[in-house]
Design a protein around this ligand. Structure first.
Ligand code: NI
Length: 256
């Protein structure tokens, strides 16, 4: 099975001991590539550096809602300059997180909107993080539609998933699709057309069953794909292929 992980955090300290070894194993594990999603300005620079040093790593640059309160005065320009790199394929991850509320909500919204505007300016897709913020999220996205991008680690309802694709977005699923209590997310997945869904790990977080609790890493995207295949009565290799085609179409990765 050929794999592509559309969202991972390899710059996380949980990869400090073996980051390069994990990346060097991609070829043997048939991982064609990964998208390294950034969380703040410094991490955006680190993501670009990692991508430039490793052919199979692509980067997204952006400020996560948790870090929205800490942006520098010039952050939009800083991200814009980083996005000049050929290896930058998206602005992300960006969005709203009302579960933790690490940044004030008005600040989260302002930083999110500024980065959507930047992505539209640069004609790059966005990678969206949305947690317990559905109403404000959908209002902001609708105001910017049509959009190109993906709602990452989808945790909402079938209705929100279908609304998202109407705005032009893709919807991406992590290991949480494999969990026992995942019925709502599974129903959302089944309701979506296959050309709008993607698989990701969000490693080091959210390792799928049967490796739940371990450090998550790109090779485990296989378990998300196998779950997708089982839920739709499809062949897992076929789902893996569709995941790669969708990643190519949205992010322009993997060349010709
Ligand atoms: Ni993430």
């Amino acid at each position: 099975m050929t794999l592509f992980d559309t969202h991972v955090h390899l710059t996380d300290e949980r990869f400090d001991a073996d980051r390069q070894a994990v990346i060097d194993n991609f070829e043997a594990e048939q991982i064609l590539g990964v998208i390294e999603a950034a969380t703040d300005e410094a991490d955006s620079a680190a993501a670009v550096k990692l991508a430039c040093a490793n052919a199979r790593v692509y980067a997204a640059v952006g400020v996560h809602p948790h870090a929205a309160k800490d942006v520098s005065k010039d952050y939009v320009n800083i991200l814009g300059r980083l996005a000049d790199s050929q290896k930058v394929v998206a602005i992300g991850e960006i969005g709203l997180d009302y579960h933790y509320d690490f940044s004030p909500r008005d600040v989260q919204q302002a930083v999110f909107k500024a980065q959507i505007a930047l992505a539209k300016d640069l004609k790059l897709p966005i990678i969206i993080h949305s947690r317990e913020a559905t109403k404000d999220m959908m209002d902001i996205l609708a105001a910017f539609a049509p959009l190109s991008g993906v709602v990452h680690c989808f945790s909402g309802s079938k209705e929100t998933a279908l609304e998202s694709i109407k705005l032009g977005l893709h919807v991406s699923f992590t290991g949480s699709l494999t969990f026992d209590n995942a019925r709502k997310v599974q129903e959302a997945f089944i309701a979506l057309p296959m050309d709008r869904v993607m698989a990701e790990t969000d490693g080091p977080y959210l390792a799928p069953v049967p490796v739940r609790g371990k450090r998550n890493e790109p090779k485990y995207v296989r378990h998300v794909i196998e779950k997708m295949a089982a839920l739709r009565n499809m062949d897992a290799d076929e789902v893996a292929k569709i995941n790669i085609e969708n990643a190519k179409a949205l992010f322009g990765v993997l060349g010709e």
